[in-house]
Design a protein around this ligand. Structure first.
Ligand code: PDD
Length: 287
């Protein structure tokens, strides 16, 4: 069964899925993206992801490549043609193909590509053992709320984590406050049992998983505060975890070689992970 990609209206063999060399995404990283988890035939939080795509496009004065409902139909079709039960749907919209010139092209037409990648089910050992995180300086621009395809600092950060044998790098701002991970949001639970994550300003991406976790924490009666926390506070945390569409709620048990609490995933992180999996399992299957 060949993998199928979607490129500007055509469903093509993944190996033949190409864009023009003068696509502005390729030359200027002038584009935005979304990653949606396909969980056992469910497109998790499809509408909030499309809302965020809409916001990213508007913030950059970039046109939708097609109407929202037409995109939704194409998303379903590319997922259907790939026949995976579980995977990641990647959607990228750029300002399209035009002779290289920094200014927006006149009468430009946005490009859209979509791919579907099968991924294994969430590995239990990640939930049971947690992952290691390092901290690094946040080198990104000041509009991290826009899900831009310009990811060089994120790429370098993730590579630094991998080189250190860690799973993720949490970035800190010039005042020493954690912003987020290179591809995830960052959370801690303080000594008095309060769940903290950084407020959703221009400093971080407003994670769709983050939004869901806030609702689930309320349901589970976990005290919650949106406030900044420092690197030092993470070392002293009772629990820590990270969140994103591909790895839900993943406990963090070590930060910069400091073991968090007793080195085991904490009870609230584990409870939130379980509740999030339940939320996904109850999500309607797409048709
Ligand atoms: N990344 N922060 C950053 C910088 C991210 O890149 C992501 C997601 C998140 C979490 O957002 P969400 O819960 O909506 O997935 C936070 C995706 C998964 C990626 O780049 O692959």
């Amino acid at each position: 069964m060949p993998r199928i990609a979607y490129v500007n209206g055509a469903y093509v063999d993944h190996r033949d899925a190409v864009v023009h060399v003068e696509d502005r995404g390729y030359q200027f990283a002038d584009g935005v993206y979304e990653v949606i988890h396909l969980f056992r035939h469910r497109l998790i939080d499809e509408e909030p992801h499309l809302d965020r795509l809409d916001r990213s496009l508007r913030e950059l004065d970039m046109a939708w490549p097609m109407g929202r409902s037409a995109l939704r139909i194409a998303m379903r079709e590319v997922v259907r043609q790939n026949r995976y039960a579980t995977g990641l749907l990647y959607i990228q919209v750029t300002r399209g193909v035009a002779p290289r010139d920094h200014k927006f092209p006149r009468n430009g037409r946005s490009s859209v590509v979509m791919t579907v990648r099968p991924v294994p089910e969430y590995p239990d050992e990640m939930r049971d053992n947690g992952v290691d995180v390092i901290t690094i300086e946040d080198m990104r621009w000041t509009r991290r709320d826009i899900k831009s395809i310009s990811l060089l600092p994120n790429v370098l950060g993730k590579q630094a984590a991998a080189a250190a044998g860690a799973y993720e790098a949490w970035m800190y701002d010039t005042d020493g406050f954690i912003t987020e991970g290179t591809s995830s949001n960052a959370w801690i639970i303080t000594g008095d049992g309060t769940l903290l994550t950084r407020p959703a300003s221009h400093d971080i991406l407003r994670g769709i998983t983050r939004q869901e976790i806030i609702k689930l924490a309320e349901e589970l009666d976990i005290p919650f505060e949106e406030r900044k926390f420092t690197r030092e506070e993470t070392y002293a945390a009772r629990e820590a975890f990270l969140s994103n569409s591909s790895h839900f709620v993943t406990p963090v048990t070590k930060i910069d070689d400091r073991v968090i609490a007793n080195g085991e995933p904490g009870s609230l992180s584990t409870a939130l992970h379980a509740r999030y999996v339940e939320f996904m399992s109850d999500y309607p299957k797409f048709s």
